[in-house]
Write a protein that binds this ligand. Structure first.
Ligand code: CMP
Length: 223
């Protein structure tokens, strides 16, 4: 537990006490953790792995976020008891979570304002991102959105390697399209272009950023 950013200010005694409330749960890759509209009584801290947060609309999937180490999910239905799960969650890699029940979560944030503030900050981060994405959808072309999407994935899931930064999740072109609000054919075209420009390369289904400066340039000015 003490590796997780949410709990970094706690002393050993608090951590020991807290760890008795958490259940550790391990999932294989590609497993549904929960479904949109289901009842939600527990929340999840990601100890390792990656989780896709998504909604489905008839045939299409919209990926809201790909979460990784240190992130929290499932807090919305837990804090807003009147609502069901606002999205589905599925593992994209083998993952380990620390799971907390509603009742224990409420007593935790009652006891620790620091943790409550961190959770609020994380929720506001999501709102900020969602606002940016809405703006991007209406003002930017798909090519630029894809470049921005890759940059965000690099921030969150980047693994420094010789010659570049690997995005440490296997992503299909369809998933990148679902994440950036475009279609698979466009992603295929744009990724090919990026490879020709030597901004990225793809090995074993993972994208490696070779030239982050070039990718930033393709993503337009960041603010
Ligand atoms: P909950 O509604 O309980 O179940 C789905 C979870 O997905 C939700 O809680 C949040 O933890 C998470 N979630 C929803 N929307 C987003 C988003 N835009 N970005 C990241 N995570 C989200």
């Amino acid at each position: 537990l003490d590796g997780l950013p949410y709990f970094k200010d706690l002393n050993q005694q608090d951590l020991d006490e807290l760890s008795t409330l958490f259940m550790e749960r391990k999932y294989e890759r590609g497993v549904d953790v929960f479904q949109e509209y289901g009842e939600g009584n527990e929340l999840f801290f990601i100890q390792s792995g990656a989780v896709k947060i998504y909604r489905t609309d008839d045939s299409r999937e919209i990926i809201l976020a790909i979460l990784g180490f240190g992130d929290l999910f499932g807090e919305m239905a837990v804090l807003q008891e009147q609502y069901p799960r606002s999205a589905s969650a599925k593992t994209m890699e083998p993952s380990t979570f620390f799971v907390l029940k509603r009742h224990d979560f409420l007593s935790l944030i009652n006891k620790s304002p620091q943790i409550a503030i961190r959770i609020l900050q994380a929720a506001l981060d999501r709102l900020r991102r969602a606002n940016e994405f809405i703006t991007d959808l209406t003002t930017l072309d798909a090519r630029t959105r894809i470049a921005r999407g890759l940059l965000r994935l690099t921030e969150k899931h980047g693994l420094r390697k010789e010659g570049g930064i690997a995005i440490d999740i296997r992503l299909t072109h369809q998933q990148i399209a679902d994440l950036t609000g475009t279609v698979r054919e466009t992603v295929t075209k744009v990724l090919l272009d990026m490879q020709l420009q030597e901004a990225i390369t793809i090995t074993k289904k993972k994208i490696i950023i070779l030239d982050i400066g070039k990718l930033e340039q393709l993503a337009g000015a960041f603010n």
